[in-house]
Design a binder for this molecule. Sequence first.
Ligand SMILES: Cc1cc2nc3c(=O)[nH]c(=O)nc-3n(C[C@H](O)[C@H](O)[C@H](O)COP(=O)(O)OP(=O)(O)OC[C@H]3O[C@@H](n4cnc5c(N)ncnc54)[C@H](O)[C@@H]3O)c2cc1C
Ligand code: SF4
Length: 326
Amino acid sequence: MERMPEFELKRPTNLAEVVAWLGANPCARLLAGGTDLVPNLRRGIEHAPLLVDLSAVRGMSDIARTETGLALGACVTLARLGTDASIVHQYPALAEAARAIAGPGHRNVATLGGNLCLDTRCVFYNQSEWWRAANRYCLKRGGDICHVAPQGQRCHAAFSGDLAPALLVLGAEVEVVSTRGTRRAPLAELYADDGAAHLTLAQDEVLACVRVPAAKPGLRSGYRRARTRAAMDFPLAGVACALTLQGDVLAELRVALTGTNPNPFLLAGCDEFTGRCVDAELLAQLGKRVQKQVSPMRSTVTPSNYRRLVAAGLAQRLVLELAGPL
Ligand SMILES: Cc1cc2nc3c(=O)[nH]c(=O)nc-3n(C[C@H](O)[C@H](O)[C@H](O)COP(=O)(O)OP(=O)(O)OC[C@H]3O[C@@H](n4cnc5c(N)ncnc54)[C@H](O)[C@@H]3O)c2cc1C
Ligand code: SF4
């Protein structure tokens, strides 16, 4: 890794200043915990002569509890998400996902917003400048070929953030602020299925807050993932589930995935499982559905088909576990 390149740092204390700096400087980048952005700057993957640090912005590190649910400031740290008693109790999927990320030192500074806005990853991209130069770069930055799928003109780098699937199954919405005002949208709309441009945020927009609806009575949720190393490693595949039961049958089931596609996504077609028992037939159908909708490519050192099978297996096990006796 190279030395940190020269940069100017702004440390605004309110969101109006943040968006003013972004609007006036098309090359400015937001800095939250810096655990993803700083390594990327040092690798030459990102270039940002101006960094706008969010850590002093008033209100962005707050957790507010209302009748309608939780409002999580984008600068709430992963350590807090993983240990806050009401999150652990009411939204276990979110707490489990937060606790699974990186190491304790990272989680003390890394934020919710930084995790949701994480860059996509690829074994041909997360490399030093000289490595990428020696391989003639790639479509995502600086080159004209994708080493993963050389026949195509599309980047297949995978989104590997752990929080997004948990928040997707919990029905979260995001609040995005710019000089044009505030807009609110379902979390799924933050993402696009394109490894080179997977965020729908405009250059001058900042993710300010994530709203999680109040947990319905009886809601059970969880997050599981597979990784190459047992600690401090990104997910090869990660699965979140949320379900409610009516007696022995599923009243509602939501499943979301990360680590396999350029965007985290809610599994389509889960309505088909409501009103049914969680039995071998349902789990087999769920596994097939996952295998069909994930699209892992050769963007990690682990074979794509292994990630496909692991994603299906994680989903099956998690649904079985959540539907079992408490
Ligand atoms: C060794 C190591 C292991 C890791 N393992 C994992 C892992 O297992 N799972 C995982 O998910 N991540 C992992 N990470 C990546 C990273 O640590 C986390 O994703 C972290 O949550 C990123 O948050 P941050 O606040 O540090 O983001 P930053 O690095 O500050 O920012 C990341 C990106 O988000 C943008 N951004 C930040 N905040 C906002 C906002 N409010 N609005 C709009 N854009 C914003 C930044 O401009 C930047 O592009 C790992 C990193 C390392 C170094
Ligand atoms: S998937 Fe292709 S274009 Fe995208 S980062 Fe990897 S090699 Fe580059």
